[in-house]
Write a protein that binds this ligand. Structure first.
Ligand code: ATP
Ligand code: MG
Length: 211
């Protein structure tokens, strides 16, 4: 992790982590992070764009530097939001457990809240070392239109009893926005205005992304 970020976060007590491909970042991500920050009293939310995603076909994923830049543009007006290159700098696929371990090592006193959407949360059983993830962090599942979590939660709780008081659901204002939807609209020459920050929309246009 960047020394400057470590320094800034060292006085935080409760730290949110928002991981994602962010290809591109949009208002769904930003609303999830801001709602979690306010509702859970987080001192900061750290956005961590994936390097290589274990879940995605990396041939089709936009260059990490560009995804990182779009994240930076989006969060610059929120002093509680920071972005880290921790996964971009690490070689190989980005596993959440490795990222949480690294953060915990550098910031051992901080309480860590890993923020996901419901779709990602119900997948958690297929992630690497879920029990270690629950040990290192509380996991926040922010509601996302189209994803029901109830029966999945029961399964996670029974398979990993330690998750019972480490996994929370968070109601956020529903935004049925996904990066996939934005990419496909750009590809079809349709407007993506109001789905993501204007500066990111301009960045996409200026760099000819998703065409
Ligand atoms: P893609 O369509 O490419 O999968 P995405 O919109 O799902 O993109 P990701 O980068 O995959 O975005 O997601 C990062 C995290 O943000 C995940 O935990 C995901 O569940 C969450 N998330 C994304 N969009 C929303 C949304 N509209 N509401 C709540 N959570 C969201
Ligand atoms: Mg996704």
């Amino acid at each position: 992790m960047e020394a400057s970020i470590r320094q800034e976060l060292s006085n935080a007590q409760r730290l949110g982590i928002m991981g994602g491909t962010f290809d591109p970042i949009h208002y769904g991500h930003l609303v999830a992070a801001e709602t979690a920050r306010v509702e859970l009293g987080l001192d900061y939310v750290l956005f961590i764009p994936t390097g290589e995603s274990p879940h995605k076909n990396n041939l089709k994923v936009t260059d990490a530097e560009m995804r990182f830049e779009m994240v930076e543009i989006s969060i610059k007006n929120n002093k509680y939001f920071k972005a880290s290159r921790i996964e971009i700098e690490r070689k190989g696929p980005s596993y959440t457990v490795d990222t949480l371990r690294e953060i915990h090592k550098l910031l051992p006193k901080q309480e860590i809240f890993f923020i996901t959407g419901t779709d990602a949360m119900i997948d958690i059983l297929s992630w690497r070392e879920p029990e270690e993830i629950f040990r290192l962090a509380r996991v926040i599942g922010a509601s996302r239109p189209g994803y029901e979590s109830q029966k999945h939660l029961a399964k996670i709780f029974s398979q990993y009893p330690e998750s019972r008081d480490r996994l929370y659901q968070l109601e956020i204002p529903a935004l049925a926005i996904s990066s996939t939807y934005i990419r496909s609209r750009v590809g079809n020459n349709k407007s993506v205005r109001y789905l993501l920050p204007d500066e990111v929309r301009m960045y996409i246009e200026n760099n000819g992304l998703y065409r």
